[in-house]
Structure formats: C-alpha cells, structure tokens
Write a protein that binds this ligand. Structure first.
Ligand SMILES: O=C(O)CCC(=O)C(=O)O
Length: 290
C-alpha cells in the first residue's frame, strides 16, 4: 500500500489548500469535521440510502456482495441544505479553488456491504470524462462515515488530474478498462492494478471526520470490501467559475454508468448539455454554496 503522508493536511494550513489542490489534485484534510458536522453529513447520507432515487444501482450484483451507488442532485433536500449551512464544506471548497464562487454539481452515495460475500474493487477511473465539462475548479469531497483502513481505502494517483484524460470505464464486470466511448476519440484506461509501482498511488486511510478531496480528473479506485464489513461514504461534487461546457463523445447506452442518473440529475445534465460550448456551467442554474 502506498503511504498517503504527503497529501495529509489540516484546517490549520488552509492558506496552502489552493496550492496543494491545484498541484497534487488530491489532499486529505484531517479532522475537517467535528462530531456535530459528521452527524449532519451522516443524516444526509442515510436519508439518501433509505430513500434512493429510482435509478440507484446495485453494481456487480452478479458477483455477490452489495455495492450500491446513487448519483443525484440533492441540493434542495432539507438534510443537504442544513449540512451545507452548518458545516465548513463550502468554506473548505472555496479555499481549495483559491478564488471565485462554489456551486453544487451533484452527490454520489456509495455503500459497500461485504455481508456474506466480498465486494470487488471499485475500478480505476476518472470522473471528469463522464461529464460534458472541464476546468481546474472541480472537486470531489469523499467523506466516509467511519474509520477507513488501508485495505478498503479509496486510492488516488497524485498529479494525474494534470495528465491524460482517459476513456471512462464502462464498469464491465469482466474488463475494468472497457471504454464507454469510441476508442478512437479517447485513449483506453491503463491497467493500473497490473502495474501499481508505475503510478504515484496514495492509499487514503482515514478517520471519521477526515475529508478526502480530489480533482475528478484524478485516476482513482477503491479497495475491495471483505466479508462481514461495510463501507459507507458520500461523494459531493462542486464546481468553480472556470468549469466550462465542453464536447464529449456519445456514450454506449448499455453501460451501467450511462444509466445511473436519477431524474434530478438527468434534468441537471440536460441543462448543462444545452449550454453553448465554453459557457461556465454554473450558468445552468447550479445551486451556489459560496
Ligand atoms: O467509493 C468508491 O469506491 C468510489 C468513489 C468514487 O469513484 C468517487 O467518489 O468518484
């Protein structure tokens, strides 16, 4: 496992956040959230897990353990509003961007339950190429509800946000690098698991209250979940003022990743996709947090 010490920081070093975020693309803010903050974040997470959007997915169900993911724009839900009003999420995000406002894009809930069968790794992928937008002020806040050990941790390739943008993973159970788009328009993902030493992998073990932030163009993947254990985490995605509408190839609509969006998210995506190329995506009516 790769040591994540170089990307660990705390709220005492907020003046450094923007430099670190734009340079490394990934950082762990230790102790970012108080117990009270975590109670609000967990209420938002649990509300979505208990009332999933109709298009929430059980990924890789043919392989055994439970792997639920659900993408939504939950910004109008009371639990999310309270979370944004009463925790430092927006403030930390503004510090990482370094200038300008912060707008909410969407959330993605993850629930891995080993139960009686292990849950497989989350394949290596980047998030940005799934969306018709690009820019430097784009972030995932990955927040676990409990301590996370190395073996189940999310892993991120440091600095990869500034390198190649690969074809998104199809999330095919038999081939992690199977591309979502035509291979002639974007290069296929490399097989990082087969060649881990060639990549600057940060294995992000965490304590409850820590925050993992990464640019969605960073290559990232998650550890497998052993039998009898669970992993509960919430990803929040925010954008800044330099995120603009770009062209993306058409997706293969048989892929789970092309069909995982709830109604609110579908509507939001349509609004973004109708913007002229080069337009800041916050103009699609995104909720401003800062
Ligand atoms: O939690 C995981 O295993 C995957 C997380 C992820 O891909 C994301 O937050 O973008």
């Amino acid at each position: 496992m790769a040591d994540a010490t170089p990307i660990r920081t705390s709220l005492n070093d907020k003046n450094d956040f923007s430099t670190r975020f734009h340079r490394d693309g990934v950082m762990i803010v230790e102790g970012a959230f108080s117990d009270q903050d975590m109670a609000l974040i967990e209420a938002a997470y649990q509300g979505n897990l208990d009332n999933p959007s109709p298009l929430a997915q059980h990924l890789y169900s043919e392989e055994g353990g439970t792997f639920i993911q659900c993408v939504e724009d939950s910004s109008s839900k009371p639990a999310f509003k309270t979370m944004f009003e009463q925790t430092p999420i927006a403030d930390i995000c503004a510090s990482a961007f370094g200038s300008g406002g912060v707008w909410y894009f969407h959330d993605q809930l993850f629930f891995k339950d080993g139960g009686e069968k292990p849950v497989r790794r989350t394949p290596w992928h980047q998030d940005t190429p799934y969306h018709a937008m690009d820019g430097s002020k784009f972030v995932v806040f990955w927040i676990p509800m409990h301590d996370i050990s190395d073996d189940v941790a999310l892993e991120v390739v440091r600095g990869s946000h500034a390198q190649t943008l690969y074809n998104p993973s199809f999330f095919d159970p038999t081939d992690d690098t199977l591309p979502l788009y035509d291979e002639n328009v974007m290069p296929r993902l490399p097989d990082i698991e087969a060649d881990r030493d060639s990549w600057d992998i940060m294995t992000c073990s965490m304590r409850r209250g820590d925050l993992l932030m990464f640019h969605p163009s960073c290559l990232h993947g998650g550890g497998a979940q052993p039998v009898g254990s669970q992993r509960r985490s919430l990803s929040l995605r925010m954008v800044g003022d330099d995120m603009v509408r770009v062209e993306r190839p058409g997706a293969d609509l048989d892929s789970p990743t092309a069909n995982n969006i709830g109604d609110d998210e579908e509507e939001l995506t349509a609004r973004i996709n109708s913007l002229p190329l080069g337009t800041p995506v916050f103009e699609a009516g995104l909720t401003q947090l800062y």
